[in-house]
Design a protein around this ligand. Structure first.
Ligand SMILES: *Cc1c(COP(=O)(O)O)cnc(C)c1O
Length: 405
């Protein structure tokens, strides 16, 4: 399919280019010693990860350990309630550990294993990426250092407990605001000292090349499965697909299955409390071009060009940028990016729970909320939503802050 001068038949061959660019976005803006480390990962990814042995091992793990393929479910009651549009969800909530994140963590850790590394390191904010990586490290018998700000350690006690039970070493970061940004810096520092023995596993389609490409490719299993399952169930393609966008990994993998199809694609960012800087994390909606954390994309920055403070009711979505590929797809117009605020999100959280018996993650509830709105607008057709994770982790928070609706 040709779209605005881009041939989506061959899109994955050309994007990113060999330097990691999706149009003007991406690249690797990092110190020289880390450039060598990233080149080593890129080379390993281009060779080892394309080998038959690696691919068949990853396939086996997905089936026997992660429980893939995850199903697609028809939301019959919700669809009936809304009218004539049929809504469906891809059930990443049923992936082991309860979200899509394990898809790329297992890929990254398997690559580390094949490369002969002893350790994986990463930062985590809300702890979801830390838990997924700690799970992968335990599975492969790798050491695992997770950098986390003191403030987040206190806020995310259950995830800290999970990481420790899984055998990870949670490294407390005590400087600055003691949250995600400081944790990223500390993890990068540690990596530049230890890169010979370990690899840095980035938690989304972010950071320097090759991570935005690698994480997308590892997540593309979601889109490939979803497309096949949907066509088998219904005999046709969905009219629209929807996913939430934080860093953008669940969306990138899910969308990759539909980029070359006549399907409308929607990426949903968190509007939080509103459009004022600091009240949301809708970088593609309100951001500008910039460089942070080793890559160029669209980002929310303060007047000094530093990452701006961001907020969302979904801690997994509050990052001040999104992956370079999303910035590119936005500019092309191939994906439409829109926003959903906290209130609409919490409504959707209860609606899906009550009408379908599925408690969604608050992150995923953004996509569900948009799917509901879109169904009302479309009047007929079908929508497939990526349910990136389950909401068990969010129940206490929702009840405490919003009560039962
Ligand atoms: C982390 C997380 C997200 C956001 O990350 P992306 O990289 O944007 O996919 C979305 N949903 C769930 C359930 C998450 O845990």
């Amino acid at each position: 399919m040709n779209f605005n001068g881009i041939d989506f038949d061959t899109y994955f061959k050309h994007y990113p280019d060999e330097n990691g660019y999706f149009g003007p976005y991406g690249g690797a803006y990092i110190p020289d010693n880390l450039k060598k480390a990233m080149q080593e990962i890129d080379e390993a990814y281009q060779t080892i990860a394309q080998s038959r042995q690696f691919i068949s091992e990853l396939r086996r793990i997905r089936k026997e350990f992660q429980g893939r393929p995850t199903p697609v479910s028809h939301l019959e009651r919700l669809s009936n309630k809304l009218g004539n549009v049929q809504l469906y969800v891809k059930r990443e909530d049923l992936n082991h550990t309860g979200a899509h994140k394990l898809n790329h963590c297992m890929g990254e850790a398997l690559l580390a294993k094949f490369m002969g590394k002893k350790k994986v390191i990463a930062e985590t904010g809300a702890g979801q990426h830390g838990v997924a990586l700690a799970t992968a490290a335990a599975y492969f018998g790798l050491e695992c250092d997770i950098y986390m700000g003191s403030v987040d350690i206190k806020k995310q006690a259950p995830n800290v407990a999970r990481m420790k039970i899984l055998g990870a070493n949670v490294v407390e970061v005590t400087h600055g605001l003691q949250t995600l940004k400081e944790a990223v810096d500390a993890a990068f520092d540690a990596y530049s000292r230890e890169y010979k023995d370990c690899i840095y596993c980035i938690g989304s389609v972010l950071g320097p090349h090759p991570f935005p490409m690698m994480v997308r490719d590892f997540q593309s299993v979601v889109g490939i499965e979803a497309r096949e399952q949907f066509v088998e169930m219904t005999g046709h393609l969905p009219d629209a697909v929807v996913a939430c966008v934080g860093g953008g990994s669940n969306a990138a993998g899910f969308f990759s299955g539909f980029l070359n199809d006549p399907v409308d694609i929607y990426g949903i960012e968190p509007l939080g409390r509103g459009p004022k800087l600091g009240d949301h994390a809708a970088s593609l909606q309100y951001g500008t071009e910039g460089i942070m954390h080793g890559f160029k994309s669209i980002m929310l920055m303060d007047e000094n060009g530093e990452p701006a403070p961001v907020y969302s009711v979904a801690s997994g979505l509050d990052y001040p940028s999104s992956g370079p590929e999303h910035a590119f797809l936005r500019d092309l117009g191939r994906v439409k990016y829109d926003v959903i605020d906290d209130e609409e999100t919490i409504d959707a959280f209860f609606t899906l729970s009550r009408t379908e018996g599925i408690i969604p993650a608050i992150e995923s509830s953004h996509a569900v909320a948009y799917g509901i709105k879109l169904a009302q607008k479309m009047g007929k057709g079908s929508i497939l939503i990526n349910l990136s994770g389950r909401g068990d982790k969010d129940m206490d928070y929702v009840l405490e802050h919003y009560g039962i609706r």
